[in-house]
Design a protein around this ligand. Structure first.
Ligand code: GLC
Ligand code: GLC
Length: 803
């Protein structure tokens, strides 16, 4: 069943009832200030870093879930309600939540009062702006008491939830007119403050959460709201909040609009104060003045719309498949932006307090993002490369605020270095900007160690070939893409991290998956070298790829599929010889994409994949699932069967199989798999799948799980980028290459024709794909050999692909 519908014209998902199976959220903000917002107004905001600069408080694993967030109460006679349904939870006469690109609108109606609450983070602005429009649709005058509010987080989100012996003493605020300023720790080492304000005179305020709530009460029915008053509380320690009260009269038919603004500002050290401990509020004043009127707000919404119009016009498809078009043209690209911004840091499942930016994760996210804003991709590549070590290995994660490698997680994930090659090659193919390869880039962020970026790639390649095991396959280290296949960790300590535990450095455990990666990305690196005149290096790396391919064919082929790994005792993993975990998805995807063993091996591997791993939602990660814990395999066998890495559909690697199908030219199988978990295609199974029907989730429980079909960890997953790569470069076949734009569709029989626009290196390609007897590629009417449209300076290029 469905809980809403897609409005493609508005580029919105419209949720029509508050009781979705889980909070269905959206992301606001694109640069510094970010907010998460659920379909009932929950969520939180932060500046750049969800751990170190949390602005509003959120309680993960709260009961009930998703409480707090945007605290709006409309008191109309005896009734108190919230435009987003929560926090008041009074049943509404009508409710709508429209999640759009960078904004969310709530439309509520109750007893002849209509409220529309539009929430966005305007571009180039460190504020969330909430426009509340109230319309009296009754025939009587209404006298309303209106509250809007937020609860502050004391900046460090981990500390905020743990260090109460200190925290309950440090909260401080200032009040000025209709603005509450949050300045905890500003008196000492912080140079930043936050504020919450409304563009109208207030009738009262509270800044002490507990005074506002009253004893034994939660956000559903605060004492102040029940009494239609404010207590004027000034937070001093405990839990500072900003709760503003307005007195509003509405004549029949009248609409009044208010702008609530939640902002963040920094001051230079020598301009922090205007008097002893009094914040210099100049910046806030300026920011508030820039969003003081409805016109300013509407202009910001218009700017946001134009921004997305322009971004999304870079790749569009028009086909007979409405759901395909919807995913490609809107939601998949939107999710690519979100994963680019967040990596795996802040969602409703990633607490924002644990993981920062992942090396492999962010490199992969770039694959689906680079066509949108190449300049930002460029900077990200340099940031990521800067945490690499001189030997080619790398920190696994970094904090976005400091851009420093995260020592807690450390290094030793031996696939990491190759992802840097993958995203840099993708960037250069997209942009033709070879100058990135010359950018001086440090190791481990140490000044003075800078070498050209190309040298980082070279060391990535070098690291892989110099760390191989008994079968000539790459050593796996802590783990490869599969974080939970921990072959050098024999953990028996409850709670010990499987990723950092290293008590058995076998120096032997090998990964067939990394071998597949090396063959694929080694060849891409060689192509890159060739383009910049490094012929010898290109030849050497190609030769290494050939050797690696031979090693895979000799030791990585199991007979009907590719093996996964060799463990610390040189025993195969992902082989028919195993009792459980006989076959894994990852090497099937990567070895087939890399062309190992050619189409013949590819087809056989894919037949096994579908037969043994296929279910209604896609391809499971492994089969049969592990039923007991094996210390020589690690975390993978810690999960109950059917969940996470132990045999769920781990959506991230399903597009690898889609691409593998395209590699062997099986368009029907590629598309069939694509549709099995593309969100728009399973919208009508929302009561089973449960997470948002407009974005991918990390996993969907497999057949062995009790809750087969249930998705978890929505939003922050490499699925976004890889799905976009699979559908745009595989199924639709539009691939940027060094020498032009490749047009090589691999469509299912059911799609007879389609039209694609692609902005590539300054040229708009208008591409028509159709079926016909006279196959080939025609550029501006003239046939061209092969399937690559040569580069051109023309602003527009008309392409016909007859397939
Ligand atoms: C998570 C991690 C990613 C890893 C995957 C499989 O999504 O963020 O880095 O590859 O799990 O374990
Ligand atoms: C856990 C998860 C895995 C994730 C890893 C990140 O192992 O199962 O998906 O990649 O944590 O550290």
């Amino acid at each position: 069943m469905q809980y809403g519908y897609f409005d493609d014209k508005a580029r919105e998902y419209v949720i029509t009832r508050p009781d979705t199976p889980l909070p269905w959220i959206n992301y606001l903000g694109n640069e510094g200030f970010f907010s998460l917002i659920s379909h009932t107004g929950g969520g939180y905001s932060f500046y750049k870093d969800a751990k170190l600069r949390r602005i509003t408080r959120f309680r993960y694993n709260n009961v009930p879930a998703d409480e707090g967030g945007r605290l709006f109460y409309l008191c109309d006679g005896d009734t108190v309600w919230s435009p987003a349904f929560r926090p008041a939870m009074t049943p509404l006469d009508s409710y709508r939540c429209r999640h759009g690109l960078g904004y969310t609108v709530f439309e509520g109606k109750k007893n002849g009062l209509r409220a529309s609450l539009t929430v966005t983070v305007p571009m180039h602005c460190d504020m969330e702006v909430q426009k509340l429009a109230l319309t009296n649709e009754s025939s009587e005058e209404k006298t309303l008491t209106v509250y809007g509010g937020v609860e502050w987080c004391l900046w460090n989100a981990v500390d905020d939830q743990t260090n109460f012996q200190r925290n309950w003493n440090i909260g401080e605020v200032e009040i000025e007119g209709s603005t509450v300023y949050h300045k905890t720790e500003y008196r000492e080492r912080r140079d930043h403050y936050a504020f919450y304000s409304v563009n109208a005179p207030i009738a009262g305020f509270d800044t002490d959460r507990d005074a506002f709530l009253g004893q034994f009460r939660g956000w559903k029915e605060p004492l102040a709201v029940e009494q239609r008053t404010s207590f004027g509380s000034i937070a001093s320690g405990w839990a500072p909040a900003a709760l503003l009260r307005l007195a509003v009269k509405l004549a029949p038919g009248e609409t009044r609009t208010f702008l609530f603004r939640l902002g963040y500002a920094e001051n230079p050290e020598d301009r922090k104060f205007t008097a002893l401990n009094v914040i210099n509020k100049e910046k806030a004043h300026r920011m508030l003045a820039s969003f003081g009127t409805e016109e300013q707000f509407d202009a910001a919404m218009e700017e946001l719309r134009a921004y997305w119009d322009s971004l999304l016009s870079r790749f569009t498809v028009q086909s007979s498949e409405e759901k395909l078009d919807r995913m490609v043209n809107i939601w998949n690209q939107y999710q690519c932006m979100v994963t680019f911004n967040m990596s795996r840091s802040a969602s409703y499942y990633e607490s924002g307090t644990g993981r920062g930016m992942g090396f492999r994760d962010s490199c992969q996210d770039l694959l689906g993002f680079v066509h949108l804003i190449p300049e930002r991709a460029r900077q990200r590549i340099l940031d990521i490369a800067s945490i690499q070590f001189a030997d080619g290995s790398t920190y696994h994660q970094y904090q976005p605020l400091t851009r420093r490698g995260n020592a807690d997680i450390g290094s030793g994930f031996n696939d990491d270095p190759l992802w840097l090659v993958a995203c840099t090659c993708a960037y250069v193919r997209e942009t033709g900007d070879f100058t990135i390869l010359d950018e001086p880039t440090p190791f481990n962020n140490e000044a003075g160690t800078e070498v050209p970026l190309l040298e980082h790639l070279r060391r990535s390649i070098g690291f892989t070939v110099s760390h191989t095991g008994p079968h000539g396959l790459p050593l796996i280290g802590r783990a490869d893409w599969n974080d939970c296949l921990n072959l050098n960790c024999f953990s028996h300590e409850p709670g010990e991290s499987f990723q950092t535990c290293s008590n058995f450095e076998s120096g032997k455990a090998e990964s067939v998956f990394i071998a597949g990666m090396f063959v694929k990305y080694g060849k891409e690196y060689a192509d890159l070298c060739e383009r910049i005149g490094l012929r010898n290096e290109a030849d050497t790396v190609r030769e290494r790829a050939v050797n690696m391919e031979a090693a895979v064919l000799a030791h990585g082929w199991d007979g009907e599929w590719f093996r996964r790994a060799y463990d610390a005792f040189e025993r195969p993993v992902g082989s028919n010889l195993n009792e459980e975990g006989k076959i894994f998805i990852e090497p099937q995807g990567f070895c087939v994409m890399a062309g190992i063993g050619g189409a013949e091996y590819g087809r056989r591997a894919l037949v096994s994949t579908e037969k043994l791993l296929g279910n209604g939602f896609g391809i499971e990660l492994l089969w049969p699932c592990y039923t007991e814990y094996h210390d020589y395999l690690g975390e993978i066998s810690s999960y109950p069967p059917g969940y996470k890495e132990n045999g769920s559909v781990f959506c991230h690697n399903n597009p690898w199989i889609t691409l593998a199908y395209c590699t062997v030219k099986d368009g029907n199988a590629a598309f069939d798999l694509y549709t099995r978990n593309a969100p728009a295609y399973i919208e009508d199974k929302s009561e089973i799948h449960r997470t948002e029907p407009y974005c991918y989730s990390q996993t969907i429980a497999g057949r062995s799980a009790r809750t087969y079909g249930e998705a978890k960890n929505s939003w922050l997953t490499g699925t976004a980028a890889w799905s976009f790569v699979a559908v745009s470069q595989g199924i639709l076949g539009i691939r940027p290459s060094f020498d032009g734009l490749t047009v090589d569709p691999c469509l299912p029989d059911s799609i007879r024709e389609c039209r694609i626009t692609r902005l590539f290196r300054g040229t708009r390609y208008e591409i028509t794909v159709r079926r016909g007897a006279e196959k080939g590629l025609f550029v501006n009417g003239a046939p061209v050999p092969g399937c690559t449209v040569p580069l051109t300076d023309a602003p527009v290029c008309m392409v016909q692909a007859v397939i």
